[in-house]
Design a protein around this ligand. Sequence first.
Ligand SMILES: *Cc1c(COP(=O)(O)O)cnc(C)c1O
Length: 433
Amino acid sequence: MLLYSTRNKQNTVSFKEALFKGLADDGGLYMPVELPKLSSDFFEALHIMDLQEISLEIVDALLSDEMEPMALNNIISDTLSFDIPLIHIHDNIHCLELFHGPTLAFKDIGARFMARCMSYFNRSDKREIHILVATSGDTGSAVGNGFYKIPGIKVHILYPKDRVSKLQEMQLTTLGENINVLEVDGSFDDCQALVKEAFKDKDISEKLTMSSGNSINIARLIPQSFYYHYAYAQLKENEPVVFSVPCGNFGNLCGGIIAKKMGLPVSQFIAATNVNDVFPSYLRTGKYKPKISRSTISNAMDVGSPSNFERMSDIYDNSLNAFKADISACSFTDQQTRNMMRSVLYKYNYMLDPHGAIAYMGLMNYIGDIGSTKAIFLETAHPAKFIDIMEETLELKIELPDELKKALSGTKNVTTISKNFEDLKAYLLNGSF
Ligand SMILES: *Cc1c(COP(=O)(O)O)cnc(C)c1O
């Protein structure tokens, strides 16, 4: 697969290069030069195919020039070793549960796929690769889990001390093995700045082969297109559907757009956000104005400058009308989110986490106008990941799933560093500081 940089279409690279680089040298994001249309045979057979079969057809169309069929087969079956069920909620409304992976959030899918691709390309090189990732909570545990015990790869996760939840902290810090965790005395922005500086540092890049685990990597987007097809397959209907996606950095939505470009019949995407509404206000006003993010109860979507906006602008040629033809957008407050979480539990006996509740509201807002279309919203995290907010909002006790219980009973293993770059540099170069 050939990919270009969103800042220069002449600057093309292989998938392998895009995978290890993450960001192009010119600062752009990588996009496939071509997204092949899947055959009509594929779409006819979709309803009788399972998640792995569907995913294999898609990666085969995209990556078979760089990876052998057997390798792709193994990567898909290892990545997707859990189901992604579509649950009927009421009327034409369905929920795609993306939270059955090891860290109970949708980011598992992208992170596991990326990790296995890196391990594949590194199989003969035998260099040790260092993955650096800054996290405000969930990305770190998905990336850590994705690379857990993958040979030849060491992960270094940076998170802001005392600013992630107890559960998130335990999920991050109890993995051990090849997953190193650094607790930074600073904010998430400080963590991100440290990672950026490490990539620019000559001494570090001379000594270590480094790569980034954050969400701009194209290898995290490709697998996020699989489950849109699988959701459609589970509907067992042959009419176009509406997808509502809870958005932060818009990586999940980009996966959907890729699926549509490859032929999936999607009549509309709904990009639903919390009060961090840079994208909805762009669609309304035509002006893109990044902002400082505000804290909400759907905190994985607290993004003021969505990193995949540049990718979407590239796909839609910077045309507001082209954007609007495919995507509608809306934003919701915490109060609306809590009300909807209560209402859906009482009316339909289904527990939405705050992120899923925003996607559901996006759908309700839109469906109001169009009635009978089949519609799917994406539920991106297991409600128990946000146990405090859930219990406070719904006034009931929530049982922790085994994955989270296990993390809470594990042994915390972290190195504390200051937000001074010299600390991180010494740690990376010497293994201590
Ligand atoms: C990361 C995340 C999102 C936002 O996904 P993007 O791809 O950044 O738009 C939504 N919900 C949850 C639970 C997440 O962890």
